[in-house]
Design a protein around this ligand. Structure first.
Ligand code: SGN
Ligand code: CA
Length: 513
């Protein structure tokens, strides 16, 4: 008897440990970059660079192929993600807004439910972060932050860090993980600045692609014949809008020193002398090539496209490497499989498609967000999903996995039924993603518009100083070159989409325009 009792007690204890392990709430690491298009991720089929660590996340987890921003701009996308609500409900419609931090957000709800919460990196919502036990956010350049020696506001205190933004933000993430209370689950938001304009690569990647020629997108020389005024009147073209100094880095050190008010100089002077030396030698060839002056017309656009890609893609490399570093660290401390790791970007980006850089338009390249998730306890390795999802779905999804009740007023839907079933679309799943962009008149001159995207069609209404509709048959015209709005053969389809748009706007309570 004496022997049996402790044994029974022991087996009871191990049973409850096992139960605890099974009911343990997952950690959440939400990695989000700024302006990273799926075209620049190898597991999305992009032919520009290799992103082995993002690919690993997808191979061991799930890749969403139809995940959309509902307002493809940084601040608005971040506000939609935090609240699970569209811009007209959370109040943050454009980058000139200030986030009402007193409203409900998913980090607050997780914190109330016993999660430790933190955000490191880009915040871009102007008001003080609420709902985080720890926060360290980029503060320079109206909260866009700097690539080199960036300034942060850390729990209210202004500090400057030495080094490269992507590495520093990852260091901060690892520090938070190591200093956490190990008895509680955590939710950590790792928000990188890369690969945002003006695309300044890490010292180790400077000049990395100088001898690489990237394939040009099929629509680089789009003449906008098949579309409306919005596409023609934007200001985000590789040919016209990219600047010689800030974007193309065509200033020598001596020229920058002569004009210390130049914006490129203001970021260059943050670099240590050795990095400045490397910068000078890497960009010297580009400057010389340009100054020969023999590049004209299409050849000049092609040349600018190559320089743009060389810098943009080099900043993506630092992101991929640091995802690898974060995963290796989680593995080392035994938390990798207990953690839902999400990789996404605040929106996509044009990498020369339609002759553009930037985003804002409800066109595929920037409306689509990368969305990759790894959580082997629930998600089957190597899954992909075509289910139509939006960034307002992230908040309810995290709450769902954390076992927290999803408040009624959240407009997004939990993606758990999709993720838990290896990416399968449930029969009653939504039929369209909604979109509404507001920042006009403003930088890049993209007109206000709203619309819906179904599995194979897109309907857009441009308004404000214009009243134009566009409609795309994505099966026949995946690059959105020819609007079929008003074409008699599409009359039925158009009526059906108009009806669905109206219903969607009603469902989400969007009365704007
Ligand atoms: C900056 C950039 C723009 C970019 C916005 C918004 N100009 O203003 O090109 O569209 O940010 O980007 S820059 O000359 O300062 O580089 S967002 O991702 O933060 O919404
Ligand atoms: Ca962005």
């Amino acid at each position: 008897m004496k022997l049996l009792l402790p044994l029974a007690a022991l087996s009871l204890a191990s049973c409850s440990n096992k139960q605890k392990e099974e009911t343990r709430r997952p950690n959440i690491i939400f990695i989000m970059t700024d302006d990273h298009a799926t075209q620049a991720i190898s597991c999305y089929g992009g032919n520009l660079i290799q992103t082995p660590n993002m690919d690993r996340l997808a191979n061991e987890g799930l890749r969403m192929d139809n995940c959309y921003a509902v307002n493809a701009l940084s601040g608005p996308s971040r506000a939609c993600i935090l609240t699970g609500k569209f811009s007209h409900e959370n109040g943050f419609k454009d980058n000139a807004s200030t986030f009402d931090g007193n409203q409900q957000t998913f980090p607050k709800l997780l914190q109330n439910a016993g999660y430790q919460t933190a955000i490191v990196g880009k915040w871009h919502l102007i008001s003080t972060p609420q709902g985080f036990d720890h926060w360290s956010i980029l503060s320079g350049q109206h909260e866009q932050g700097d690539y080199y020696n960036p300034d942060f506001l850390e729990n209210g205190k202004a500090i400057r860090e030495e080094g490269y933004a992507t590495d520093i933000i990852t260091d901060k993430a690892i520090e938070f993980i190591d200093g956490r209370d190990t008895k509680k689950p955590f939710c950590l938001m790792v928000h990188q600045k890369s690969p945002h304009r003006n695309w300044m690569p890490a010292p180790r990647h400077l000049g990395m692609f100088n001898n690489t020629t990237f394939p040009e997108p099929a629509t680089l020389f789009d003449d906008y014949e098949g579309r409306g005024r919005a596409a023609r009147e934007q200001d985000m073209s590789i040919g016209q809008t990219l600047t010689e100094d800030w974007d193309l880095k065509l200033l020598t050190r001596a020229e920058m020193l002569k004009d210390t008010t130049n914006r490129l100089y203001s970021v260059y002077k943050r670099m240590p002398a050795a990095v400045q030396d490397k910068w000078d030698s890497v960009y010297a060839r580009r400057i010389a090539e340009y100054r020969k002056g023999d590049l004209k017309g299409k050849a000049l656009i092609s040349w600018k496209y190559q320089q743009y890609m060389r810098d943009y893609l080099a900043t993506v490399l630092s992101v991929d490497e640091n995802i690898g570093r974060l995963m290796a660290h989680l593995e080392e401390i035994g938390e990798l499989d207990n953690t839902i790791i999400v990789y996404t970007s605040d929106q996509g980006f044009f990498l020369g498609e339609h002759g553009w850089f930037d985003k804002r338009f409800m066109y595929e390249e920037c409306q689509r967000m990368p969305m990759i998730v790894r959580y082997p306890k629930a998600i089957k390795a190597g899954s992909t999903s075509k289910a139509i999802s939006m960034n307002v779905d992230f908040a309810p999804t995290f709450l769902d996995y954390a076992g927290v009740e999803i408040p009624e007023d959240i407009q997004g839907q939990s993606l758990r039924p999709v993720w838990d079933e290896a990416g399968r679309t449930p029969a009653d799943w939504r039929k369209a993603a909604y979109y509404h962009y507001y920042e006009y008149p403003a930088e890049h001159s993209v007109k206000r518009h709203y619309g819906i995207r179904t599995a194979d069609m897109k309907l857009i209404h441009f308004y404000n100083d214009i009243d134009e509709w566009e409609m795309y048959d994505l099966k026949a015209d995946p690059r959105e070159m020819n609007s079929v709005y008003g074409k008699p053969e599409y009359a039925d389809k158009q009526a059906e989409l108009m009806q669905l748009l109206q219903e969607t706007r009603k469902e989400y309570n969007d009365k704007g325009q």
